[in-house]
Design a protein around this ligand. Structure first.
Ligand SMILES: Nc1ccn([C@@H]2O[C@H](COP(=O)(O)O)[C@@H](O)[C@H]2O)c(=O)n1
Ligand SMILES: O=P(O)(O)OC[C@H](O)CO
Length: 320
């Protein structure tokens, strides 16, 4: 039997590990609203989605949880930002295991990095929010910081903010730098609410992927900002998604990229067989509904079991 035929389904196999996933909770104690495009946003209800998720993850006894960013919303009144982040962190702390957090643009609208990162237990490293961990010997998880080069979240005179402003102003002529008006196709990603992975982080990523290769580990990339235009809206992409993917494509170890930010969710398999799955947002769940899930990891694939608005999906790795 050929390799591909052996791997048609994961059913019946014992997972190596399981973890919970949720993204874009964007909690705020404010009335319901809508996105710029008119999609309803349920700011108060989203914390209930998180509470139900934690309960379910504890019941399922998953090994760890990943929060894909934007735990609080930019509309949260700024005198309530600290309390709102504490409320959400407190809900996550009710999970019986480690929780790994990613930061998103909405986190950075609320709190500066030096306040936010310690609250999220992100390993201290010069205020950067990229790190990696290996929950089982067979797998390495790599968390990217897509707001490394960003016009939000750094003091105005920080070199990364200066770089971001120069980069963005050259590419987006609109006075509102969040407006994609007049930008075409993938250039519509050049918006202030996105950002880029900087040079140091790219070098770090290269080193982690070399190490994972030598250890024969499969790699899952976690990024708030999506990395593949065929899974994502153009407006949600990481500014230098192409540079990051060119690096990733040099390694066979990377199997899947998981993201948030593009609230409707998405899926693609790219030209090199890497799977991209954008997770559906908790914020857009009408009261009583959910968007969270758990992922079972297998040697040759993974199974995302979604609740309500988060779609269930089996992924069999194309490159093994
Ligand atoms: N197509 C779009 C999307 C967004 N904007 C601008 O971004 C801001 C935030 O957008 P949300 O999706 O979070 O509501 C929004 O206020 C607009 O300034 C846009 O111009 N065009
Ligand atoms: O959650 P927001 O406000 O950053 O919205 C991001 C958009 O959905 C990206 O297309």
């Amino acid at each position: 039997m050929g390799y591909a035929e052996e791997l048609i389904t994961l059913e019946g196999e014992e997972p190596l590990a399981s973890f919970g996933v949720i993204t874009d909770v964007q909690y705020a104690d404010i009335p319901d609203g809508v996105s710029f495009l008119g999609v309803p946003r349920y700011y108060r209800h989203s914390i209930n989605v998180l509470q139900r998720a934690v309960k379910k993850w504890n019941k399922e006894k998953v090994d760890f949880v990943i929060n894909f960013g934007d735990m609080v919303d930019g509309y949260c009144p700024k005198d309530q930002s600290l309390a709102a982040v504490k409320d959400i962190v407190n809900e996550f702390s009710l999970f019986n295991g480690p929780v790994y957090h990613l930061i998103g643009n909405h986190c950075l609208y609320n709190l500066p990095r030096d306040t936010l990162l310690p609250m999220l237990n992100i390993p201290p490293s010069d205020l950067h929010a990229y790190y990696d961990f290996s929950p089982v010997p067979e797998y390495r998880f790599v968390v990217l910081d897509g707001y490394d080069i960003s016009a939000i979240g750094w003091p105005e005179d920080h070199p990364n903010a200066v770089k971001a402003v120069n980069f963005l102003w050259e590419r987006n002529p609109n006075s509102d730098k969040n407006s994609p008006n007049g930008l075409l196709g993938r250039d519509r990603r050049f918006l202030m609410f996105n950002g880029a992975v900087g040079k140091d982080q790219l070098e770090w990523l290269d080193g982690v992927l070399q190490d994972a290769t030598s250890l024969n580990q499969k790699v899952v990339i976690c990024s708030h900002l999506p990395l593949d235009p065929n899974a994502s809206s153009n407006e949600a992409l990481l500014w230098n998604y192409n540079e990051v993917m060119d690096l990733i494509h040099r390694y066979d170890c990377v199997k899947v990229c998981l993201s948030g930010h593009d609230h409707k969710g998405g899926y693609s398999v790219d030209s090199h067989g890497v799977h991209h799955r954008i997770l559906e947002a908790a914020l857009e769940c009408p009261p009583g509904t959910n968007a969270f899930g758990h992922i079972d990891l297998y040697p040759n694939g993974l199974l995302l079991s979604g609740t309500d608005r988060m779609e269930t999906q089996e992924i069999i790795y194309s490159r093994c």
